[in-house]
Design a protein around this ligand. Structure first.
Ligand code: C2E
Ligand code: MG
Ligand code: MG
Length: 737
């Protein structure tokens, strides 16, 4: 290195080289040498000119500061400070800066505290009102033994503004996020949590320090979603786009799962690089649960939790579609069946034990039904006491009847309901799938029709639908129509069945039993139409007509024979609910002139149980007229004996199922004996119904049962035949000795 050319110690040369690279550094040494008065007149160095050009063309502002004053400034420096280079030279360097930055310029840039930190960058504000900032780097120069500084400066005003704007928007965002009732989470590119708001902390149950810095997926995402979550984030970071809205599950500190609906955006730093994601979310767990609940409720029965009619029809329709698809492909697969099930005498349970026990029965029954079917089958509650079962993937038709038998078997065990043991029996109709069915409703209708047949055949059984049942179903409609017409046309007649004293077989009275003289079908028994009349309300005018006719008839017997022959009239549930029943009875007595003690009204326990207090009051009012009350079909309801005995009744009529029924004979005999004994000790009359044989009568004689009624003596006969029986006064059922 030639001192003639450079004239500066090598250390300064080195400093310059480090600061600007070789070219600039070499030129600086030349300048300083010239200023230092060591000019070698007229000798122009081409390299020096080149370095000058480089320095002057540099985008960086360069200053040389000597004793706090500017010794040199390049063009970029004058552009930066807004003053021509000539004006700058000799000025105090600090004056170029805002007073706020003097400290840093003086003690960091111009005089680095230690050689180790020399060359660090500092930001300083320029003088002037326009808030312009530079980034400065200062290095020490030795100018002929004098310490000087070489300072480079870049204008960073724009960058700072951009950063400040970023910071500002971030601040604003945080302000919002700290206060809203929404969770907010910022993740970096790797999914590490860089920020979360207090609401998020509240939701997950952690402190901020437990959350910041943790990987989102490991910390809050359910295990099964973690890997896919990470992959998605990676992909999104690469694409620079996120799903604007998504719903994900998170797990809280206590292990609760919450569903959060997120709005996501990509975060970028000031250079536009993707730095992570920002997500704002609402905890929608409760809303989702409520929606799920609503959805569930719309398709399930509230009491039993079983699928409801809508869901059942849906599944049935799907099964039908599968069957049709299989048939179209030539397969014989997908056979299924619909079982329609109705609880026998459910109304009686409801009426005698109360609705809550009735509800319990339905719940118990629904679990019993589920045990009788395979897991894939659908047990649904259609409403009331009606259930349906869809049996799918059947191999053969017999499977459906096998399920029905299984159900009957399960129900052979009593259900315990609120301390009561209740035997529930059900009637079932079965419709088997056939390609001819188009609509689910048609299958359901046919299963229903078959169920009605099962009921008609004596309940507690099942019937498989066959097409002849359609005819019988429409017959029922016809019957209702005829029934209405029959009332208009007065086609009903009252027949009378004698009630006989057991000791001498003489007639004590008659029970009035209605008959329908159908123009085509002849005499129709009440079992075929009473329930329909009850359902349609036609039983009210019908019952009233029977009452009036029976009173009229009994008055005739009384007058002709001079005997106190009673007449018993059955009341229906609907009649019993008539507010003017007492007036009706009173009017019938007055019109006919029948002494009230000769009229007996028969009520069943279920009628009384429906509204016990009201019923007892009503019975008392009837008794006040002087008429007698009989409890009909005694023993067939669910009421407790002690309870029934509190009713204001005069007579118990032991149901014929105990007298001539097909049940356990020994048990029945015991029941009859017990009821007779109990009734007589309470001063009640007893009528044994359905006496058909001498053996049965002999037992009644043994038990001292006072009254009996049955085919052994006479069936119900028309009024003329009854009048003859009265006139003959013969002992009934056998000729007098
Ligand atoms: P209920 O009041 O228990 O009448 C007794 C029924 O048993 C009558 O049937 C009678 O014919 C029948 N019966 C009598 N003795 C024997 C016997 O030894 N063996 C058998 N197997 N049966 C016997 P019916 O006349 O068919 O009446 C059936 C039910 O219809 C009656 O049962 C009653 O609940 C109802 N009913 C009849 N007439 C009327 C009425 O005018 N109004 C109302 N509301 N219901 C009526
Ligand atoms: Mg009766
Ligand atoms: Mg009866």
């Amino acid at each position: 290195m030639s001192p003639g050319v450079h004239g500066l110690p090598p250390v300064i040369v080195m400093a310059g080289l480090v600061a600007f690279g070789v070219a600039v550094g070499v030129w600086v040494m030349r300048v300083v040498a010239r200023e230092g008065g060591q000019e070698r007149g007229g000798e122009a160095l081409s390299s020096e000119e080149m370095f000058r050009a480089v320095l002057e063309g540099s985008a960086a502002a360069v200053f040389i500061i000597d004793q706090g004053h500017i010794r040199y400034a390049n063009e970029a420096a004058s552009a930066l400070t807004g003053a021509p280079a000539v004006d700058l030279v000799g000025r105090a360097f600090l004056d170029r800066f805002h007073p706020d930055s003097h400290e840093i310029v003086r003690h960091r840039v111009l005089k680095p505290p230690s050689p180790a930190v020399a060359g660090l960058r500092y930001e300083a504000r320029l003088a002037g009102a326009d808030d312009r900032w530079v980034e400065l780097t200062g290095r020490t120069l030795d100018l002929s033994g004098q310490a000087a500084s070489l300072v480079t400066a870049f204008d960073v005003t724009e960058r700072r503004r951009a950063e400040e704007a970023m910071r500002e928007s971030e601040r604003r965002m945080r302000d919002i996020l700290e206060t809203v009732q929404l969770v907010a989470v910022l993740l970096d590119r790797e999914g590490v949590i860089t920020y979360c708001n207090p609401f998020f902390l509240e939701l997950v149950g952690y402190e901020e320090e437990d959350v910041i810095g943790r990987e989102w997926f490991a910390a809050f995402v359910p295990e099964e979603d973690r890997e896919s979550g990470r992959t998605t984030l990676r992909d999104r970071m690469q694409l620079g786009a996120v799903a604007a809205h998504e719903e994900t599950a998170i797990v809280t500190r206590h292990g609760d799962r919450r569903v959060v609906a997120w709005s996501n955006t990509v975060l970028r730093d000031w250079t536009g690089e993707i730095s992570g994601t920002a997500s704002i979310g609402a905890d929608v767990t409760d809303r989702r649960r409520a929606e799920e609940q609503l959805q569930h409720d719309a398709f399930h029965d509230a009491l039993t939790g079983l699928p409801n009619r809508a869901l059942f029809i849906d599944r049935l329709q799907a099964a039908l579609a599968r069957l049709q698809g299989a048939m179209a492909r030539g397969h014989h697969k997908g056979m299924f069946a619909v079982v329609f099930l109705d609880v026998d005498r459910f109304k009686l349970v409801n009426d005698s034990l109360g609705h809550s026990v009735g509800d319990r029965l339905l719940v118990e029954l629904s679990s019993a039904l589920k045990t009788a079917v395979r897991p894939g089958d659908t047990v649904a509650r259609l409403g009331g006491d009606e259930f349906t079962i869809l049996l799918e993937d059947m191999e053969q038709r017999e499977e459906a009847t096998a399920v029905a038998e299984r159900i009957q078997a399960v129900l052979r065990e009593p259900l315990t309901l609120a301390g009561h043991e209740v035997f529930a029996t059900v009637s079932m109709g079965i419709a088997l799938s056939a390609p001819s069915y188009r609509r689910a409703e048609d299958l359901l209708r046919d299963a229903d029709t078959a169920m009605y047949h099962a009921k008609a055949l004596g309940k507690s059984r099942h019937q498989v639908f066959d097409s002849s049942m359609h005819a019988r179903a429409s017959k029922l409609l016809q019957l209702e129509h005829d029934l209405r017409r029959a009332i208009d046309r007065k086609e009903f007649r009252v027949h009378y069945q004698p009630i006989v004293r057991v000791e001498d077989r003489r007639i004590a009275g008659f029970e009035a039993l209605v008959r329908w003289h159908h123009p085509e079908r002849g005499l129709v028994a009440p079992s075929e139409f009473i329930h329909l009349a009850e359902e349609t309300g036609l039983v009210v005018p019908l019952g009233r007509a029977v009452l009036e006719e029976a009173c009229r008839q009994a008055t005739q017997w009384h007058q002709s024979s001079g005997d106190d022959l009673t007449v018993s009239v059955n009341l229906s549930v609907k009649q019993f609910g008539q507010p003017d029943l007492v007036e009706q009875v009173d009017a019938a007595l007055r019109q006919s002139g029948l002494p009230s003690r000769l009229l007996k009204l028969e009520v069943t326990e279920s009628m009384v149980m429906e509204n016990t207090d009201g019923a007892i009051a009503l019975l008392r009012r009837l008794k006040a007229l002087g008429v007698h009350i009989a409890i009909d079909d005694f023993g067939t309801g669910y009421s407790s004996l002690s309870y029934l005995l509190r009713l204001p009744a005069d007579t118990l009529k032991i149901d014929r199922s105990f007298v001539s029924g097909s049940g356990d004979a020994g048990r029945n005999v015991t029941i009859v004996r017990a009821v007779v004994g109990l009734a007589s000790s309470l001063g009640l009359d007893v009528v044994a119904e359905g006496v058909e044989t001498e053996e049965q009568l002999a037992l009644l004689v043994d038990f001292s049962c006072p009254l009996a009624q049955g085919f052994l003596f006479s069936p119900a006969v028309d009024s003329e035949a009854a009048a003859q029986l009265v006139a003959g006064r013969a002992a009934m059922g056998r000729s007098l000795p």
